[in-house]
Design a protein around this ligand. Structure first.
Ligand code: SAM
Ligand code: DTB
Ligand code: SF4
Length: 346
């Protein structure tokens, strides 16, 4: 078992470790729950302003009709979810939605497209969206599928702050969830994003019917990247009728991820990637306040706000405001100055 006195999360000089072994990560998952939470809280308080939660807003700028076959996704052509496919949104409509998100207190605006990869003819509109949202003083994030080197560089020049590209699950479970691309394809795009100088947002989904060892493998893959992703979204599967995994969950309700196991995953992400923002992402709508509170205690410090994620429902601003008041949480002002302060104090 991992010693609780060891400098688990850093290599002793304040740098985040990227030499985690699977055994070490499995040992964290195996800790008694209170030891795991204690350790995660300690790491969280050493590296972040505790009690502050970053608010991000999602917008689906191109919905449905996706040629990929991700087993969880309502937007895949292979799913029978009844979702109507749309074209890429008009730039002005995107900027209008961003302005509304800003008025609601959001600091990051994440734009998602149901593409395997963007076509070069889409890039001018994408660039206009990034530039326009940035001019409003919001942090920008895009998730558009796989990128070529040139596309990553175009987004970097446009000033894109973050690119979201999830590895989703362990390398060995990947082909059970998605057959139209490989785990290595994901890593290749992450490398292009990193090399272009864009901040990396990469995480995954739990509750796909995966084994604990897959959750270990998922965190291990992220925590051993040369540089940890700046943002790590952890999604709980939102079961959508007509998708392979949504239907699986409807048929076998016992396959639903246990709440405590979900909290453990957040805690292990926090400990192994101490400086990253860990986002409690999809799945909050059906999560109790108590489970969400445990996720924040385990080190989650970012959420998606608003009534809608991309195509499914989210908890909503009213519920979140009430939860923040109950828990004494505060919306984070902006991540960058906060990170600089924490690093200066280390
Ligand atoms: N097409 C792009 C891609 O796959 O990278 C961007 C959009 S995709 C919807 C972004 C991420 O949302 C996925 O990688 C997955 O982690 C998450 N996601 C999609 N559907 C979900 C669901 N039903 N429940 C939980 N997370 C989901
Ligand atoms: C991420 O990890 N989760 C977000 C964002 N990145 C793009 C998407 C969640 C989607 C949930 C299902 C839906 O609304 O379609
Ligand atoms: Fe397409 Fe992304 Fe959905 Fe996969 S997760 S089907 S790539 S939109």
């Amino acid at each position: 078992m991992t010693s609780l006195n060891s400098p688990l999360a850093s290599n002793g000089n304040g740098e985040a470790r990227n030499d985690w072994t699977r055994e070490e990560i499995a040992a964290l998952f195996d800790l008694p729950f209170d030891d795991l939470m204690w350790e995660a809280q300690g790491v969280h308080r050493r590296h972040h302003a505790h009690g502050e939660v970053q608010l991000c807003t999602l917008l689906s700028i191109k919905t449905g009709g996706c040629v990929e076959d991700c087993g969880y996704c309502s937007q895949s052509k292979s799913a029978d979810s009844g979702l109507k496919a749309t074209k890429l949104m008009d730039v002005r409509a995107v900027l209008q939605a961003a302005a509304e998100a800003k008025d609601a207190g959001s600091k990051r605006f994440c734009m998602g497209a149901a593409w395997r990869n963007p076509k070069d003819r889409d890039m001018p509109a994408i660039v206009e969206m990034v530039e326009g949202v940035r001019q409003m003083g919001l942090e920008t994030c895009m998730t558009l599928g796989m990128l070529t080197r040139e596309q990553a560089q175009t987004l970097a020049v446009a000033g894109l702050d973050y690119y979201n590209h999830n590895i989703d699950t362990s390398p060995e479970n990947y082909e059970n969830i998605i057959s139209t691309r490989t785990f290595q394809d994901r890593l290749d795009t992450l490398e292009e994003v990193r090399n272009a100088g864009i901040n990396v947002c990469s995480g995954g989904i739990v509750g796909l019917g995966e084994a604990r060892s897959d959750r270990v493998g998922f965190i291990h893959a992220l925590a051993t990247l040369e540089r940890h992703p700046e943002s790590v979204p952890v999604n709980a599967l939102v079961p959508v009728k007509g998708t392979v995994l949504g239907d699986m969950l409807a048929d076998t309700p016992l396959a639903k991820i246990d709440d405590i196991e979900f909290v453990r995953t957040i805690a292990v992400a926090r400990i192994t990637m101490p400086k990253s923002m860990v986002r409690l992402s999809a799945g909050r709508e059906s999560m109790s306040e108590a489970t969400q509170a445990l996720c924040f205690m385990a080190g989650a410090n970012s959420i998606f706000t608003g009534d809608k994620l991309l195509t499914t429902a989210n908890a909503g601003d009213g519920k979140d405001a009430a939860l923040f008041a109950k828990l004494g949480l505060r919306p984070m002002e902006s991540e960058e100055p906060m990170r600089a302060q924490m690093e200066a104090a280390e």
